[in-house]
Design a protein around this ligand. Structure first.
Ligand SMILES: Cc1cc2nc3c(=O)[nH]c(=O)nc-3n(C[C@H](O)[C@H](O)[C@H](O)COP(=O)(O)O)c2cc1C
Length: 223
């Protein structure tokens, strides 16, 4: 089949788009407002976008109306900071609680019974229960094109530079992060999710130096 993306003439009861861009990692974004109130929310339009320096984005669709944009973007712009926490299988229910549409200033980390723990380079707390957290300095927001009639659902990309990285020792083995030891959760379409529990290798034909890639292309990083 083929359908026109703008007309959405797919004939299906639910828009299939999000089940086609899969799996999407979930950025569980913690921020604070100017009074220091914590905010936590999941964003699956999230990803890493560069390595040198490490940069990530999360993308916001519309707002619920009590603030000009969703709280995570508001806070990242106001304070210049955000943290990406990783959602594991064990944390899926708590992640789901933090998507609740609650008033600005309400702490979803507390609502979900999670533990805030201080970061090193940003004032935003990370989620103690999450084995990986990326401390980020806000860089810029890119406003995405709006679709006629859907202005209220306009999208924007919030981009930040990763300045500090927490990895729980329990998921490191022989100097490598064992993804299968923490089972990150990713978003599919509809109400579906998946868990990374099946890891296999495919080495590039020219990968005779070391896994990871960057050294192969650029030589050794400066000491
Ligand atoms: C798994 C999951 C992924 C989500 N991804 C996004 C997303 O990429 N962009 C978005 O605007 N909302 C997304 N949402 C909805 C937000 O989490 C929700 O609007 C939340 O209330 C926003 O919180 P905030 O205003 O505190 O930032 C997602 C929800 C879930 C459960």
């Amino acid at each position: 089949m083929f359908y026109d993306a703008a007309k959405r003439d797919h004939g299906m009861p639910a828009d299939p788009l999000k089940s086609l861009i899969v799996p999407r990692p979930i950025g569980w974004i913690s921020t604070v407002d100017l009074e220091g109130n914590v905010n936590l929310a999941p964003y699956s339009f999230y990803n890493g976008i560069s390595e040198f320096p490490p940069m990530v984005y999360f993308s916001v669709t519309g707002t619920y109306g009590d603030t000009p944009t969703k709280h995570s973007r508001m806070n990242a712009e106001l304070t210049g900071e955000f943290v990406v926490n990783v959602v594991t299988q064990k944390l899926a229910d708590q992640m789901n609680i933090t998507t609740a549409m609650v008033a600005y200033g309400i702490d979803e980390m507390k609502l979900a019974g999670l533990t805030p723990v201080p970061c090193r380079y940003v004032k935003v707390p990370r989620v103690a229960e999450s084995p990986v957290a990326l401390e980020c300095k806000y860089w810029k927001t890119i406003e995405l094109p709006t679709e006629p009639g859907r202005e209220a659902m306009a999208g924007s990309m919030v981009i930040g530079q990763v300045v500090g990285i927490h990895i729980d020792e329990s998921i490191i083995e022989d100097g490598r992060v064992m993804v299968s030891a923490f089972n990150p959760v990713a978003r599919l379409g509809y109400s579906e999710y998946t868990t990374v529990d099946n890891v296999w290798k495919l080495r590039r034909p020219d990968d005779n130096v070391q896994e990871g890639g960057a050294h192969r292309v650029f030589g050794k990083p400066p000491a």
